[in-house]
Every structure is written in structure tokens, then in C-alpha cells.
Design a protein around this ligand. Sequence first.
Ligand SMILES: C[S@@+](CC[C@H](N)C(=O)[O-])C[C@H]1O[C@@H](n2cnc3c(N)ncnc32)[C@H](O)[C@@H]1O
Length: 262
Amino acid sequence: MLQIDVLTLFPELISTPLSQSIMGRAADKGIIEVRAHQLRDWATDKHRRTDDYLCGGGQGMLMKCEPLFAAIEELRRENTRVILMTPQGRVFAQPVAEELAAPCVQGEDAHYIFVCGHYEGVDQRVIDTLVDMELSIGDYILTNGAIAAVVVIDAVARLLPGALGDARSSEEESFANGLLEAPAYTKPNVFRGMPVPEVFLSGNHKAIAEWKLEHALQRTRTNRPDLYEAWAAAHPEHFAPKKKKKKPTPLTHYKNRKPAEE
Ligand SMILES: C[S@@+](CC[C@H](N)C(=O)[O-])C[C@H]1O[C@@H](n2cnc3c(N)ncnc32)[C@H](O)[C@@H]1O
């Protein structure tokens, strides 16, 4: 099971989206448990303050050490990884989601504590002492780390065995094999004069797989040349000229042949 404790000033930003649809069902099935904590519960002063002015001056407020140290020290276990959401972290992508899901995919339990910043972020002493991994969801600034944590938790949870109805769903998706997913169609076969590509109606699974790969490559080359270059470098065989299959020798060729001498 994957257990996640989230420390935030806005627990509803975590609990509401993660209780819907696939995430809600994964929790019901006991695949994942997400507990959203109000960080103020660990504040000790009478105003339950979690932030203070910046040392040395500067705009904005910073999240204080005391409540974060108290919360993490209380929730942390032996196998816990503490993950800070910050625009300064490693950029989150599918391989990171796979890395975080890996223990559970291998049948083990995992426990993460997500720390969600607010204001100008978090006192550096929290990062230096308690944080195992800093994660960013991209090169832009959000107001709040809870929004970023939802993105990460959702992407990790759908990789857990049993979270999706069909495990192939995540295996065939964009990024799973380094490419974007091929175009997809559903019924009706013709909509406003636009037909579904014929190959999908052929029942020929090999031809469909080839069509999908070629269109995934085209789409990736257009939308994400960085991914395309990496895939092409890793799969030179795909671009090698196809060897012409030798025509089988017609049986008539053997007709007048003498049997081999013994
Ligand atoms: C306004 S931001 C603080 C930005 C910080 N002053 C800086 O320049 O790096 C407030 C909080 O939102 C979260 N956050 C903002 N952008 C993020 C991103 N791209 N990825 C992950 N978390 C982000 C972090 O938890 C951060 O502490």
C-alpha cells in the first residue's frame, strides 16, 4: 500500500481532488491512503502561526521551522521519504512517477510525506535537515504547493497495481515508452464526414500496431522533438533500411535436381 501524509495550510486542496473518480476508487480498494493534515495543528503559539518575516528583510513571508519539524518528526517512520514541493526542485516527469510508485509495484509498502509550501516557501533549515527530495511540476510559480502535490500524487497513484481497471491503460500511454500516444478514435466510424482511419476497422492487429507506432512517432516529432530525438537514438533499428525478404525458392527448382550423393 502507498501511504501519503500531506502537510499543507489547505487540506481541502488535497482531499477534494484525490477523493474523486479513479483516485477515490483506489483509496476505497486500499491501494492508496492519503491523509491531508492542517499544518497549523503543529503550531505552538496562540495564533497558530506557521509563517514569519524573512530574515535580513525582503518581500513576503516564509514558512517557519517549528511546525514543520514537529509535524515531520511525528509522522516520519523508518521508510519515509519526505518530498518538498518547490519550483526549485527536480522537474517531475513520468520516470519520477515510476520511481515513486516502484516499491508498491514490487509489492512493498511505501510512505511519503509531502510538504506543501506557501508564501515565499520554506525555511532552508527544513530542507537541509528533513527533506529527501525536492520536486517541481514545471518552470512556473504556483501560489501553493498543494496544487503541485495533487499532480504528483495522482500521477504516481495511477501506476499502482489495481488502480486502473486495465493495467495496459498506463503501459500504452504517452511517455510510458518514451513517445506520445498515437491518435485515438471512438464510434461513430464517420462523424460529420470525418472517417476513422480504415486500418482500425480492418481487425488486423499487427497493421494497427504499426499504424499506431508510426503516428506516435510523427506526433512526437512535431510536438516534442526532444522526446523524438531520444527515442530515435535509442531505437536505431527502427530507421535502418528494411532487409528485403528473400523470395522462397520455388519448389519446381528442385524438380530436376539429382539427389545428394551419399
Ligand atoms: C509562491 S511559491 C514560492 C516560490 C519561491 N519564492 C521561489 O522563488 O522559488 C509558494 C509555494 O508554492 C509551491 N510551488 C510553486 N510553484 C511550484 C512548482 N512549479 N512546483 C512545485 N511547487 C511549486 C511551493 O511549495 C512553494 O513553496
